[in-house]
Design a protein. Sequence first.
Length: 242
Amino acid sequence: MSAPIERDGLPGWLLPVREAAETVRPEQLSRFLPPAEGGRRSAVLMLFGEGPSGPDLLLIERARSLRSHAGQASFPGGALDPEDGDPDGSGPVAAALREAWEETGLDPSGVQVFATLPALYIPVSRFIVTPVLGWWRRESPVAPVDEAETGAVFRVPIAELTDPANRARLRHPSGHTGPAFTVADRLVWGFTAGVIDRMLHHSGLERPWDSSRTIALSEEALGLARGDLTGSRSLSDTPAAG
């Protein structure tokens, strides 16, 4: 990454991400778009920071004891509450920051929200998810707040996400194939990987990689995923954007 050049409080390396977020069309992010009616409004926080290894992205790992999406990597986030306000305006921002605070303990006042992506749809759960993009301009300590909900909080360097050796397509037991990243000793897949994949692509940060490389879930992850195929579902993953 080049040396940061501050503009509107953002480092230079993040400016292409903001530009992509401001210009990308919904259909460029996912083939799953919100229906005209129905669906539950939700939001996730895609938080960029500058860590010890350079520019990075904050992710969480859901607790392995959860009934759905156990052990999966995801963005902090959750459903909009009535107090979050207008679901098409400030609501997603308020929800994303609140959920990130509840899950990781981060101080929302240190986050500069610089864009929101178009709302995307997860058909199997009927969640309408708005990704909220933020710059961690004043970092605060983060860790699982409730270990029954969040198993880990971790930061992934952008350099690792763009490393071709860490890219693949993943076959889900449902038959769906979507983007995946093998980073931080974890597998990032589903909705989360789909959003990351599309944003790297449209911001120009993506490096050429072998999209024919296909991997499958490990036996452990497959066992956890079976609960999603037969039980309740939440917004953290399922068919990916992309």
